[in-house]
Design a protein. Structure first.
Lengths: 228, 557
């Protein structure tokens, strides 16, 4: 278990009055003990307008996926097969049981379970998904239970030093180029101070300068509250 | 097979204007031309014919990766690297920087090892600008510096690349289904709304641009529609893009006409089919104007705000450009506030008169226009698109200056003098032509004096370094002529750019290069003097002819 993942002191699976399985983590019921499906419908009905306009949704908290399945059903109504859902769930045990109990609709859905923020933001599939500015829905019981974990995800700041950046870069040519700079410098320092101060420039320097010029006027880092 | 890459990282209209160059390059069947554009212009690029492969940079994604703290900065540079990989891994015969901006220049420099030749701005390993020809300097340094651009951007690109302009041929891809539907709908409009016996003319009105400074004012537009509707032969149709803002604007205008107007909403792909079925398009400076040029739809461009029609105006023979008096215009974008509407003397009646002129066969009756409004027409000569006055307010000195600037380019850089230009200058009157040549000769004398002073002090400084200060002062005086609004501005600006890009390491090397450039400038000035001399010869001939005519009139009386 990663240090940044929430500590689980107790875990059990109960059955609701409607005979549906529900996980109880650290004494917190992640779904209604009376009717999980009805509760899920209520979560979705508050998001109908959003789901009509967006066909990509990020859900914070899987639980046993009643709300996820309700979101998927709604997306099918609005967008047919053209939709994608990503769920972030810190508790691997909950995820494993959800899958074992066959509770999650498999259609166009991807679950990131047990990932710490650094691992999440290194994943290119997730990054491309986030770049398309999906709608975001929090599963209230999961979000409250794993508040610190989700807060870290939403306020994550990617490492800025060249050394830290290396973990995120996979192209060997880019890695090799960045290794040529002081590992404690930030990429901003490299782009705006170190490269312009050079007297000789190789092709990769020109690529870096194209990046600076292309993103001019937007070089100040924005807030960390998502990318919407 | 010649593998060519054109980099155009500008806006949609500029991407469409690449269609002319693509068409000219396609004349050689051996050419395979690829295009690199930003993702936001991708739709426009896919509409262009003669593109073998389209490459895209997703700038917005790269900006998000770089600016959002959630994502590692490393992703932004890697993303750009990945998006250019397929280009970098190919072998190109030529890469053309059509963007003429820094991003394009850096990307060209990054791709230098993948290409035998880079055309347009790029850098060497010391980050000094590399230029391959005078045409590139003309494009990058002279055209932005002079108020009255002597040649169109599209033509300058052709010269830079060394490809002959081809005006004939299909330049844009249209959807046959769209074409059929639009043709059928337009036929219905022609038949249904007209009471005239002859076939009605459909006049398309482009309502909006991306910048309020270039928009036709609503009041003018409304009055114009009234005037068009008063004529049974004409039917106005409003053209809008599929956006809520444009729909609302069209609805506001339509309300004033009891919702009787035809509004055509079309995306970039469909609009080409619409334009092909119009009799004329009335438009400010928009991407739609560039599409109309590619579809060979007649255009009446209403050039407002900073729209630089002399270098980016409608590029089609017979197109008309209605503008405020060009002496009063400012073509610099930063002089305009984005929220300001257009301030113009152009009235609806001026646009209507220009439309009537367009539809007359003989073109013998010139439209009468408001004060400080001018109508130009586009024709083509050896150098490409040329805008000539049809009617309105004209300053003979400005028009002569424009014509002779063109002649200067013909003679100095293209080695192809146009005899017609001298006659066209004299058409503005012998007195005006004489006045212009006298002023220019004075300007040239001043430059020549400074040039010889610079040359003398340079030679002295080669023998005695103490004279270097005099040389620097003289050089400064000479270069200051690049700011003077005169014919001489062009060669001096050219000289200034060349001086600034000297890469010599020692004083001796430096002074040798400056000396060569000074002699080149002197040679160019002598060519200009020769042009002025020829103009004066023509003036003399004209004077003699006029004298003879007067004499024969007197004797016959």
């Amino acid at each position: 278990m990663h240090m940044s993942l929430p500590k689980i002191t107790s875990y059990e699976v109960k059955t609701s009055r409607t005979e549906q399985k529900i996980p109880v983590v650290n004494g917190v019921h992640l779904h209604s003990i009376y009717n999980p499906s009805k509760e899920a419908e209520a979560i979705v009905s508050a998001q109908l307008e959003t789901l009509k306009n967006k066909n990509e949704v990020l859900i914070l908290g899987l639980g046993f996926a009643y709300h996820v399945n309700a979101v998927i059903d709604t997306l099918i109504q609005f967008h047919g097969d053209d939709f994608k859902v990503i769920v972030i769930e810190p508790n691997i045990q909950v995820y494993n049981d959800c899958i074992a109990l066959n509770l999650l609709s498999k259609k166009n859905v991807l679950v990131y379970s047990g990932f710490n923020p650094n691992e999440l933001y290194s994943d290119l599939d997730l990054i491309h998904f986030l770049l398309r500015k999906p709608a975001m829905i929090a599963h209230p019981p999961s979000f409250n239970l794993y508040q610190n974990y989700f807060k870290k995800i939403l306020t994550f700041e990617a490492p800025q030093s060249i050394n830290g950046i290396m973990d995120f870069v996979s192209a060997p040519e880019v890695k090799k180029y960045l290794q040529g700079f002081n590992s404690s410098s930030t990429l901003e320092e490299v782009l705006y101070n170190e490269i312009p101060a050079q007297t000789q420039f190789d092709p990769m320097d020109f690529l870096a300068m194209a990046l600076v010029e292309m993103t001019k006027g937007s070089c100040e880092k924005k807030t960390t509250q998502g990318n919407n | 097979m010649k593998n060519i890459l054109i980099i155009n990282l500008r806006r949609i209209g500029d991407v469409y204007s690449t269609g002319h160059l693509l068409n000219s390059l396609s004349t050689n069947k051996e050419n395979s031309v690829s295009l690199l554009v930003y993702k936001e212009s991708e739709k426009a690029a896919t509409n262009l014919k003669n593109v073998s492969n389209l490459h895209v940079i997703d700038r917005k994604e790269i900006i998000t990766l770089k600016t959002n703290k959630l994502f590692s900065d490393g992703f932004s540079i890697e993303r750009l690297f990945n998006q250019l990989q397929s280009i970098k891994n190919q072998k190109w015969d030529e890469i053309i920087n059509y963007s003429n901006d820094l991003v394009g220049a850096y990307i060209c420099s990054y791709l230098k090892e993948s290409s035998d030749k880079i055309i347009g701005v790029h850098f060497n390993e010391n980050r000094n600008v590399v230029t391959n020809s005078d045409w590139e300097i003309l494009f990058n340094d002279v055209l932005p510096a002079v108020k009255y651009a002597p040649m169109h951007f599209v033509d300058c690109y052709h010269k830079m690349i060394g490809v002959k302009s081809n005006l004939i041929g299909e330049k844009i891809i249209t959807d046959p289904a769209h074409n059929a539907t639009v043709f059928s709908n337009m036929s219905t409009i022609r038949k249904g709304l007209s009471t005239a016996e002859s076939a009605s003319k459909i006049i398309g009105l482009q309502l909006k641009t991306a910048d309020a400074n270039k928009d036709i004012p609503e009041e003018t537009l409304t009055h114009l529609i009234q005037l068009i509707r008063q004529n049974d032969e004409f039917i106005p149709v409003l053209l809008i893009a599929p956006t809520e803002e444009e729909r609302k604007y069209a609805a506001t205008i339509n309300q004033k006409f009891n919702d009787e107007l035809v509004v055509i909403e079309a995306d970039l792909r469909a609009v080409a089919s619409v334009l092909m079925n119009l009799d004329i398009l009335v438009t400010p400076d928009t991407a739609i104007k560039h599409i109309a040029d590619l579809t060979e739809t007649p255009v009446l461009e209403i050039s407002l705000g900073y729209a630089p029609f002399l270098k980016q105006g409608s590029y089609a023979a017979g197109s008309l450009i209605l503008t405020d008096f060009i002496n009063d215009r400012n073509f610099k974008r930063d002089k305009f506030q984005s929220s300001e509407g257009a301030k113009t003397n152009i009235k609806a009646q001026d646009i209507m008169s220009s439309l009537m002129y367009h539809f007359t066969k003989t073109k013998s009756i010139r439209p009468r226009l408001s004060n400080d409004v001018t109508l130009y027409t586009c024709s083509f000569d050896h150098l490409g698109a040329r805008y000539s006055v049809v009617a309105g307010t004209v300053d003979a000195q400005t028009e002569i200056h424009r014509l002779m600037s063109r002649q200067l380019i013909n003679v100095v850089y293209d080695e192809c003098e146009s005899v017609d230009i001298y006659n066209d200058v004299i058409d503005f009157g012998i007195a005006a032509a004489t006045n212009w040549s006298t002023t220019e000769k004075t300007n040239i004398t001043n430059v020549m004096k400074d040039l010889l002073g610079t040359l003398r002090s340079l030679l002295q400084s080669q023998e005695n370094r103490k004279s270097a200060k005099d040389f620097v002062n003289n050089l400064g005086k000479l270069i200051a002529h690049a700011e003077v609004s005169s014919l001489i501005q062009i060669p001096v600006t050219m000289f200034k750019t060349k001086i600034e890009s000297i890469n010599a390491k020692t004083f001796e090397e430096n002074s040798k290069e400056v000396e060569i450039l000074l002699y080149d400038l002197k040679a160019d000035i002598q060519k200009i003097l020769l042009c002025i001399k020829k103009l004066e010869d023509n003036i003399l001939i004209q004077k003699k002819e006029e004298f003879m005519n007067r004499t024969s009139e007197i004797s016959s009386n």
